[in-house]
Structures are given as structure tokens and as C-alpha cells.
Design a protein around this ligand. Sequence first.
Ligand SMILES: [Zn+2]
Length: 172
Amino acid sequence: MTALKELTLLGTVPTVVASALVLTVPQGTASAAEAAGGWTRPLTAPYYISSSYGVQGDWAAGRHTGVDFAVASGARVRSVGSGTVVLARRSGAYGKAVTVRMRDGHYIVYGHLSKISVKPGRKVGAGTRLGSSGASGRASGPHLHFEVRKARGYGNDINPLRYLSRHGVHMK
Ligand SMILES: [Zn+2]
């Protein structure tokens, strides 16, 4: 069952019942992860990390605020979990970008897209397509800039791979 379908189903039953359903799923299984909202990788296409998080360089913050996944242009870019789209437009150096406010309060920025497939206000789940990879904005080649922030503004970034790992998604 997809996270979206699941959310829809959960939305049709009283909260108390929904919580009880979640509690009956054994912990540590794939089903438990799905019941918790579901998490997945932002890419299904082959990729490699072309720039790590936190390296020093010519960024406004003086360091790389996200991780870059080199990937062919036009690849599907997906939300890694459940949240709400709060930005979907051209955003300076980020190029065409989508920001999702996650249910846990973090913000995830997907940058340098060639195409945006969602609008602000859209509820997304793990695997929902946000757009297509590209090289818009300040990019020397097609890649996905994936950035996680603990608050909305620039400079509140945290290690994006550690964040994903905490949710059972391991990328290297
Ligand atoms: Zn980047």
C-alpha cells in the first residue's frame, strides 16, 4: 500500500482507531515503517554523490548546505516522506526548487530541477513525484541538490544523509 493511500485510509477512521492500528504492527518491520508514514529515497534512477554535505566552498553559507546526487536530467524526483509542499518555483541559485515541510517539522529542499510537478499546499507522501532532475540555477551539470533544514530559513541545514538514515533510508 502506498503511503498516500494509507494516509487516505487513516483519514477515514477516528484517530484513536488509527493509533491502535499502528500499535498492532510489529516494530522494526517494513510494515511498521509504512504505518509510521513511510520513507524512501528521493531518486529511483542511478546516481552518485558528487558533492558531500558540509564541504567548504563558494556557497553563501561558506559550506555546502546539502548533498548533491549526480543523476541524469529528467529523472523522477520524489518526496522522501510525508509532508506539505510550501514552495515550488524558481529560487535563485537553487534554480527550480521544491520545499516540503515534513510532518516532523523539518524542511527539505529539492534543487536544480528541470521541471516542477507540484504546487504549494499539496500534501505529499513517500514516493510522490515532485518534479524532474535537471541543472537549473547554479549548477555545472544535472544533479539533485537535497537539503534538510531544522527550520525554514537558509543556514538551518542539518546533515541530510544522517536525517535519512534516522528514518531507515541509507544512501551513499
Ligand atoms: Zn548542492
